[in-house]
Ligand binder design. Structure first.
Ligand code: SAH
Ligand code: SF4
Length: 352
């Protein structure tokens, strides 16, 4: 065990890095690609079983790297088939990721940080504070484990960075993970099927757009005016709403931006606020995701009733916006948006 910990972790390696390391160690040129195909295409991290690699090579490889994916400590299912996995990181922190079945495909909801430093008032992850950024290996390990749950399924996967943490405050880890996710010899997911959701970190956004122009962007808006947004999302005091929207307006957009809007009863769900929101988004090719608030212990907000959600949506539709209401799945197992929160004493769920 302790010996394994000292070895480099295979899931942290990009293909070009592995090629260089293996060439220096005297392996033939194609071995790195073969390894990637076992690890990512076949989801097999057991070198002893790799039939197309010579036995002596497999033995050396087994000794060179730590091959273990992150352990899954717990699984929770709800009635609709949403499944939440709890992962144990090597330093004993824990993070969660969620598998969500949708019509004809699956969505994998990934965490990018243990906790989150941004402390949005309506978010359980924010309430637990910040522990640390996840590494690329810790992110792709979530994907491998969620895919394993799907067995032989080989249809469409959507990956969304909407679990714990603010992905653009962990640009390095997320960008390396995105390379492994989209690499043809890696997880081979089309970047068009990956969405990075952000509370609005402008420099990270600019880097993401430059490095991964096809990856989709979702901005968590949550309020139709700067004052309310700053109250709900402290990050908005630094990265102003106007600046973020000006960025989207100025960009020659290749795709629509998704704006997420958590509906909080009596706070941001009035029809007048819907009209304000429509004005704000004028001139930006956008899609609005309405997410009725998911309650968690310790959060002081309420979920609006269906009529209020419908009335809000009707205003936006009337103004010509595309709107999707996400009555989040997985509420029963606290795995819906904004509900992921892990205690460090091993109990998984945060209690009040
Ligand atoms: N940090 C990133 C990604 C993780 S949060 C971000 O903020 O975008 C993913 C989504 O969950 C965000 O749109 C956020 O606004 C939403 N969310 C947070 N808390 C929620 C809650 N209690 N109920 C419903 N949605 C919530
Ligand atoms: Fe962090 Fe996103 Fe939660 Fe805000 S909503 S605290 S940015 S995870």
């Amino acid at each position: 065990m302790s010996e394994q910990l000292d070895k480099p972790w295979i899931l942290e390696k990009q293909l070009d890095e592995l090629k260089a390391e293996l060439a220096a160690a005297g392996f033939r040129g194609f071995v790195a690609r073969q390894i990637f195909q076992w690890v990512y295409h076949k989801n097999n991290q057991e070198p002893a079983s790799w039939s197309n690699i010579a036995k002596a090579d497999r033995e050396r490889l087994a000794a060179l790297y730590d091959w273990r994916p992150l352990p899954v400590l717990a699984r929770q299912d709800d009635e609709e088939g949403t499944r939440k996995l709890l992962f144990g990181l090597r330093d004993a922190l824990k993070v969660e990721a969620v598998l969500i079945p949708e019509k004809g495909r699956y969505t994998l909801c990934l965490s990018s940080q243990a906790g989150c430093p941004l402390g949005c008032a309506f978010c359980a992850t924010g309430a637990m504070g910040f522990r640390r950024n996840l590494t690329a290996g810790e992110i792709v390990s979530q994907v491998l484990a969620l895919k394993r749950e799907l067995g032989e399924y080989s249809g469409r996967l959507n990956l969304v960075f909407m679990g714990m943490g603010e992905p653009l405050l962990n640009y390095g880890g997320v960008a390396r993970a995105l390379r492994l996710i989209t690499e043809p010899d890696g997880l081979n997911v089309s970047p068009r099927h990956v969405t990075v959701s952000t509370a609005g970190v402008l420099d990270g956004l600019e880097r993401l757009e430059r490095d991964f122009p096809q990856v989709k962007i979702a901005l968590s808006l949550n309020a139709p005016d700067p004052a309310l947004r700053s109250e709900l999302m402290p990050v908005s005091r630094r990265e102003g709403l106007e600046g973020l929207l000006a960025h989207f307006r100025a960009r020659r957009l290749r795709q629509r931006i998704t704006f997420e809007y958590v509906l909080l009863a009596g706070v941001n769900d009035a029809p007048a606020q819907a009209r304000q929101l429509a004005r704000l988004l004028h001139g930006i090719p956008s899609k609005v995701n309405l997410i009725p608030f998911n309650p968690s212990p310790g959060l002081r907000f309420r979920r609006p009733d269906e009529a209020a959600v419908e009335a809000f949506r009707a205003v936006l539709l009337d103004k010509g916006l595309t709107v999707v209401t996400r009555w989040s799945k997985g509420r029963g197992i606290r795995s819906a948006c904004g509900q992921l929160a892990v205690r460090e004493d091993g109990q998984g769920e945060r209690k009040q």
